[in-house]
Design a protein around this ligand. Structure first.
Ligand code: GUN
Length: 283
């Protein structure tokens, strides 16, 4: 069996076109959805992510502000900038790219972002809203992964979904979203005993561990839908996921490639959350 490849680029284009219609409708009412992205320091990967976020906004005709602060920016200065953007009516979405330098308390930063503009969905209030089923902003990567499953025709209801990884950015919110869509959900961590026993029982397997190629074909149930959230750079400079694509695709029913799977969806859902926030603000 060879898995159907879930084309994240194509699905992202389709989803972006849907949200562009909504952004254009707001613009026709004189409201341009606006996103502010703050980056502190010079982390090269973060710089690329932030540039791509700003570019995606431009492509959909959104307003964006890219605020690059030096690595030695004080926590107080960053908090003041967040307060300013919280109060700015042209800004509907606001995020601080993580990680922030060590002298800044990231929890304090996430708490300072207005929950109404928290398009990353990382504010504790939005984390709580997701957990209680009254979601306002779903974190972009799990939200995009969910849409990849739905657009690929993967049934979620009643299925066993296994999430490998328990980060606040991906694993935990992914589990919440799957639960909300009536999956039976197992979350595995780096301490899980006999990981393969769990992954082999998954109808839907979402992997977000940051460990290159750790899930191999023999750990996958035949016909399962496999979502690989990992992006790792190998010694030869090429990118690979947390799933060993070559062996996994022989067993899985569906699989996302790396690159070109979950990646394009993350930024798409950020734009979607920004447009949705502007719709709410417009009433
Ligand atoms: N760093 C890695 N992923 C993310 C993300 O989704 N949002 C923010 N703000 N920082 C990140």
């Amino acid at each position: 069996m060879t898995a159907r490849i879930i084309d994240g680029k194509a699905i992202a284009q389709e989803v972006r076109a849907e949200w562009k219609v909504r952004a254009d409708a707001l613009k026709a009412r004189g409201i341009t959805p606006g996103l502010a992205v703050i980056i502190v320091g010079e982390d090269p990967a973060s710089k690329v992510y932030v540039a791509n976020k700003v570019k995606a906004c431009a492509e959909l005709g959104l307003y964006s502000e890219h605020i690059a602060l030096p690595a030695d920016t004080s926590e107080a200065t960053l908090l003041a900038k967040i307060a300013e953007l919280n109060a700015d009516p042209n800004i509907h979405g606001l995020l601080v790219q993580l990680p922030v330098p060590r002298h800044i308390d990231s929890d304090k930063i996430l708490n300072a972002i207005s929950p109404d503009k928290d398009v990353d969905g990382f504010h504790p209030m939005n984390v709580g809203a997701l957990a209680t089923g009254s979601m306002r902003f779903a974190p972009c990567t799990p939200y995009g992964s969910l849409i990849l499953l739905q657009k690929s025709g993967v049934d979620i209801e009643g299925k066993h979904a296994v999430v490998v990884g328990r980060s606040n950015i991906v694993g935990k919110p992914m589990a919440q979203l799957l639960l909300q869509h009536h999956a039976t959900v197992t979350i595995c961590t780096s301490k899980t005993r006999d990981l393969a026993k769990h992954t082999r029982d998954a109808d839907i397997l979402v992997v977000a561990t940051g460990k290159p190629k750790m899930i191999t074909g023999d750990m996958i149930k035949p016909g399962a839908a496999v979502i690989d959230v990992g992006i790792n750079r190998m010694e030869n400079g090429k990118l690979c996921g947390d799933v060993d694509f070559d062996s996994a695709k022989e067993v899985a029913g569906w699989i996302t490639p790396v690159p070109g799977g979950v990646g394009p969806m993350t930024i798409t859902m950020l734009v979607a959350n920004t447009v949705q926030s502007a719709e709410r603000a417009a009433g």
